[in-house]
Design a protein around this ligand. Structure first.
Ligand code: EPZ
Length: 438
């Protein structure tokens, strides 16, 4: 296990390249199971979640080769329909293997993913979509067992209490593309990562209308071919660096960035006092000369403010003049980062699904604990702005979703070191059990 030591108070300046999107890569890897022909996927980020998905595909029988410079080739010749618990439990996103396995093999057995620290993470909408397409769905000994002998195109509704489901939409699309007949998806998630998946499936020969919208029509085809697909930039990573610029009083240009995927984020962060300059595929962020303003935002499914940039906004809200209110509508309990921010001096109260920040905190370095991927990013942002040293434990969470985050921050002038856990000052050592990843 490793820890980060971060010395705060340094304005970050310079340029970083946005990596490929984790949340577009994982369904794209799964989609490669829909054909026995090779799929070459480019601009894949170097992340532990990606390597883990590659391992699961190999376990299923696919040939998975890392070609270098972010390109991978996946050839799913003979594949098994079973993804076991010891693999699935480590990464929830493996649930999006169900769709391709059902479509390709007519059956699937995948362990039910557990919950995680950001919420209960049900998959009822996924299973409802499979049933709507004619599948027989059972839960047996902790596994989802699907028999899809009679797949038939139909209307599939994907809306839930907290909006649509992103990976549920990916699963429904990846099943429907090989389902005989016409499938109409209603209330589908329209995150850019779903549009990117559709782009890949179209290149493989799928017939999908209105990609990127909430209502998609899919005409089932007999089979799909291989493709070459380039993953979109990671909008969450881009947003994280923009907040890093503002929280340290510096300026950061993110290249290979697509601002069209960040509408709600840019809108809210401009209100918060971040200045943005956008040129073609670059976004430059800096703190406005007038400084920060109180933050008021509510996370919503796309195109609303992204829940995956909520924790990072909380870090900024510690410093902004208060009161700031951050409300979480997708995962109402997604505030594991808040007690850790309080340890650094933030004055914040959780009221239901909102975090209310008094503001103007003078953050000071402290030993803190990462609990999930985006909370880790929030703690790093706070540490970069804090006075003194911050030690962050359980940084394996961060490595799941941010490519070489510490290297990129060092290139911007940050004092951040990745150290073995033994380097932690003795009175900071924590021996509580490891948290599950989300
Ligand atoms: C995807 O998760 C992302 N992960 C998450 O990013 C992201 O936070 C989330 O979408 C929302 O944008 C990947 O794409 C791999 P959901 P997913 O199904 O698909 C409820 C990160 O940090 N729901 O869209 O699992 C659910 O409880 C991760 O990169 C049901 O009720 O999320 C939640 O409240 C974290 N029933 C809401 O819908 C279902 O069957 C959105 O969940 C499915 C979901």
């Amino acid at each position: 296990m490793e820890v980060f030591r971060i010395r705060g108070g340094i304005p970050l300046r310079g340029e970083v390249r946005a990596s490929g999107s984790k949340n577009a890569t994982l369904p794209a890897f799964a989609a490669a199971l829909l054909t026995s022909e090779p799929c070459v996927i480019e601009n894949v980020p170097n992340l532990s979640d990606v390597r883990f998905m590659a391992e699961i595909l190999r376990h299923l029988g696919a040939e998975v080769e890392e070609l270098g410079s972010g390109s991978w080739r996946i050839t799913a010749g003979e594949i098994s329909s079973k993804a076991p618990y010891e693999l699935v439990r480590k990464m929830r996103a493996s649930v999006c293997l169900l769709g391709p396995l059902i479509a390709r093999l007519g059956k699937a057995r995948v362990a039910l993913p557990g919950g995680c620290v950001i919420g209960q993470r049900p998959i009822d909408l996924h299973l409802k979509a499979f049933s709507s397409l004619g599948c027989e769905v059972k839960v047996k000994e902790g596994d989802i067992v699907v028999d899809a002998k009679r797949l038939k195109g139909s209307a599939v509704f994907l809306g839930g209490r907290h909006g649509s489901t992103v990976t549920g939409t990916a699963n429904a699309i990846m099943t429907a593309v090989l389902t005989p007949g016409i499938t109409k998806l209603e209330s589908a998630a329209c995150e850019p990562e779903i549009a990117d998946l559709c782009r890949m499936l179209l290149a493989m020969g799928a017939r999908i209308e209105n990609t990127g919208g909430h209502h998609l029509t899919i005409y089932g085809v007999q089979s799909l071919g291989g493709c070459r697909h380039r993953i979109i930039a990671d909008r969450i990573e881009i947003g994280t660096y923009c907040i890093a610029a503002a929280i340290t009083g510096g300026d950061i240009t993110v290249t290979e960035a697509d601002s069209s995927h960040l509408g709600a984020f840019l809108d809210k962060m401009k209100d918060a006092g971040i200045t943005f300059e956008e040129h073609q595929d670059q976004i430059k962020a800096s703190l406005a000369s007038s400084g920060l303003n109180p933050i008021e935002l509510t996370t919503l499914p796309y195109p609303g403010y992204p829940t995956d940039l909520q924790a990072q906004a909380c870090a900024l809200a510690c410093l902004a003049p208060g009161p700031s209110i951050v409300t979480e509508r997708v995962y109402p309990n997604r505030f594991m980062h808040v007690p850790e921010l309080s340890r650094m001096g933030a004055e914040v109260a959780i009221e239901g699904s909102s975090a209310i920040f008094k503001g103007h905190a003078r953050l000071s370095g402290a030993p803190v604990m990462a609990s999930d991927l985006r909370a880790s990013a929030a703690l790093i942002l706070a540490a970069l702005a804090a006075k003194g040293d911050t030690w962050i434990q359980r940084i394996y969470h961060l490595d799941r979703g941010y490519e070489t985050f510490d290297e990129k921050l060092r290139s911007l002038g940050a004092e951040i070191e990745r150290l073995p856990a033994e380097a932690l000052p003795k009175d900071f050592q924590s021996n509580s059990p490891k948290l599950a990843s989300n």
